[in-house]
Design a binder for this molecule. Sequence first.
Ligand code: XMP
Length: 252
Amino acid sequence: MQDNFSERIRKSARSHSSRIVLALDIVENKIERLQPRAISIINDLSPYLSSVKINFHLLLPLGFKEIAKINDIAHANGLQTIADMKLNDIASTNETAVNMLWRMGFDAVIANPFVGYDGALDAVFKSAHTAKNGVILLVYMSHPAASEGYGLSIASPKRSLFEEFISRAVTWKADGVVVGATAPDRIAAVRKRIPKETLIFSPGVGVQGGDAKKSVQAGSDFLIVGRSILESSDPVEAAKRICRESSNRSFA
Ligand code: XMP
């Protein structure tokens, strides 16, 4: 029987001794250069990665076949792939989007719990779990204004949006949650509230000030890293360093 996304990404992490999800955020004016650069980055860095995350940097300019090829190369290198859509729409649109993402070869999608379940993210969860793929929910982002959204208090039930999103992730059986590396105390709070098999993905390491070691100590399973690796003068060395810094807790 095929493993589900959580099992697949844990296996990739263990076999490469890496908690890094590389954000393939390539900034390149010449569109025809994007796919070859993405492929060469994957080929160079895959021994130090668990997975790659593809965002609008590639999803907007590239077409179906080009993204599918990048996913194939990532899989051939033993990596999982995550589509960073932050999905936030009605069910019929979400369903069309995720069915296309699975056909492109993605293993998981990032979605926004704000939009709710019935008639919205229910379609994403059903489609993903039928295909043994993953849904990762935003729970607390890493950017400076994150508190302006995730920190808001709601009247019913009376709590912060952050706490509500943790509950939604548990009730909806999310495979993973995004909690910024810039707030290790929040990572620790989430870790206490979610099942141990639910993965915590933490972006914001390096350029945004988050610390790999502290995030993992607090409970992060994966570190989403883009510019600290891609813009380094030696990306392989940068990835190896983050692997070392985040090896303080062994992988379950
Ligand atoms: P950097 O270059 O800052 O890239 O390592 C982070 C990547 O993760 C995506 N992403 C987030 N980034 N807070 C972030 O800082 C979040 O909560 C978050 N969720 C996803 C970001 O778009 C970039 O691809």
